[in-house]
Write a protein that binds this ligand. Sequence first.
Ligand SMILES: Cc1ncc(COP(=O)(O)O)c(C=O)c1O
Length: 392
Amino acid sequence: MNRFDEVITRKGTRSVKWDMAEQLYQDKEVLPMWVADMDFTTPEAVTEALKERVDHGIFGYTIADDLVKEQIADWLQTRHKWEIDTDWISYSPGVIPTLHMIIQSLTEIGDHILIQTPVYPPFYSVVKSHGRHVVKNPLKLNGEQYDIDFDDFEKKIQENQVSMFILCNPHNPVGRVWTKKELERMSEICLKHGVKIVADEIHADLVLGSHQHTPIASLSEETNQNTITCLSPTKTFNLAGLQVSYVLTANKKLKKPLDKQFNNQGMFMLNTLGITALEAAYKHGADWLDELRTILEFNRDYVIERFHNKTDVIKVIPNEGTYLVWLDCRKLNLTQKELKSFMQKQAKVGLNDGASFGDEGEGFMRMNIAAPHTIVKEGVDRIIQAVKIKQS
Ligand SMILES: Cc1ncc(COP(=O)(O)O)c(C=O)c1O
């Protein structure tokens, strides 16, 4: 059996996705297809490296030495054609902690920060929780694809004297992998108006088909000096519980205050197993990742086709990257509360509420398809069946 076909029970492993689902959806029959981790095992090379490290039995303070940094540089070079200097690297337990550190060290209370909505919910909270203001540049849905309204992008920056832009690329939840041209245009506007770019590229490796991820910082030296990039092997290799990530800042004037902020919060070290997993994944995980991408593409195409052929009320926005599928359920003609209840109580699938990504997500739900095909099929079938009953 293909490793990506195997259904492995995660219940009882303290899994957020599976063990919190009953409490969250108040029904133990609900199939969890929500939070962004995968129901697949990490590459064997990672498990083996972790076992070997665990067998040593001593877990004292651990350094992420030059070998780890070189492994990161190697990965970014081979995977994304981005040549970095290892001096740009800082470590962090996660992208969310990093975003908090960036906001606190590189913006002031009262500053305005631009985001492209609907977007990953913490983008709102990391801004608001530090007394900064969210400015929205809503994405425009043209047919089946979300695009950037560049006029609005620039207008919002000017009107609000925006000081920072948080980019999500590939974009969660709309699944776009922004093209080089789109990135160039965003960068140009940011440079023109003195707006720093924070690029959350945690989904960078998860691009489907012929789509190519372009790190925005790799566009030019000028853009690189204006950008802070957040990356991690945790989405790619299903290691979120190990809490390991890194940040790339070429501009010393930005890196220094950011590193100071990490230090002041006592965050200057990674956990032992996180370092081991990162190194093994980047060293040995490329083939596994390519196989995963074909599985995700297969699941994505299946979901699109099934909903297209079996219902006329649920439309799938085809994701170019990530394993998160954005479902347009507006034709069901339900309020958001009714839509959530419909998915939970009638269909018995645990999805993310579209409205949690912003007002623009009203009428939408997000489905995680990083699971064995049988699970994805079951989730889709449950929704189609519930729609049929509703329409009969
Ligand atoms: C866009 C994006 N950023 C950050 C994260 C979380 O990152 P971390 O677990 O490293 O804090 C996620 C998780 O879903 C995400 O989708």
